[in-house]
Design a binder for this molecule. Structure first.
Ligand SMILES: [Zn+2]
Length: 155
């Protein structure tokens, strides 16, 4: 949603409570019926909270990693070509080609299997994610982590 549409949506909500209700209803319905939308919302919510940064730092994401410091450079999305908002919490950097970035919408166009970290493909919620992490850590403390993070893979 661009800034103009966002403003418009906010004004509509203020003037018309019914509109807000309908908007929330649309979100709930999409969330319940569209698995892609739900996963996209979940990942976006995780990225919005500092206490959940570890999800992006520690888990083995497959094709892209989430950019953590975004205030300096304006990136363009490798797929749609649009500039990605500089203050966006959702800028995906290609692991294979570090010069290449993707917006969240384009990142989520991949299979959900590919969007989620290795070992977490079927996870669709925070509780399940934490439980899976614990389970994987017990099996093999290193396998569930991204390479080159935490202890640098040495020991
Ligand atoms: Zn894009």
């Amino acid at each position: 949603m661009n800034a103009y549409k966002r403003d418009y949506a906010r004004r509509m909500r203020e003037m018309n409570p019914d509109y807000a209700e309908k908007e929330a209803e649309r979100h709930r319905e999409r969330y319940a019926t569209n698995p892609w939308y739900k996963l996209s919302c979940l990942i976006s919510a995780w990225a919005g909270h500092d206490r959940w940064v570890w999800i992006f730092k520690e888990l083995p994401w497959k094709t892209h990693s989430l950019v953590q410091h975004t205030n300096l450079v304006q990136h363009r999305c490798e797929s749609c070509g649009l500039p990605i908002r500089r203050n966006s919490r959702l800028i995906w950097q290609s692991i294979a080609q570090p010069d290449s970035y993707s917006c969240h919408a384009c990142y989520m166009k991949q299979d959900p299997e590919v969007c989620m970290p290795k070992g977490y493909e079927d996870i669709r919620g925070m509780k399940a994610l934490v439980a899976r992490k614990k389970q994987l850590d017990e099996l093999d403390p290193k396998a569930s982590r991204a390479e080159g993070t935490v202890d640098g893979g040495k020991k």
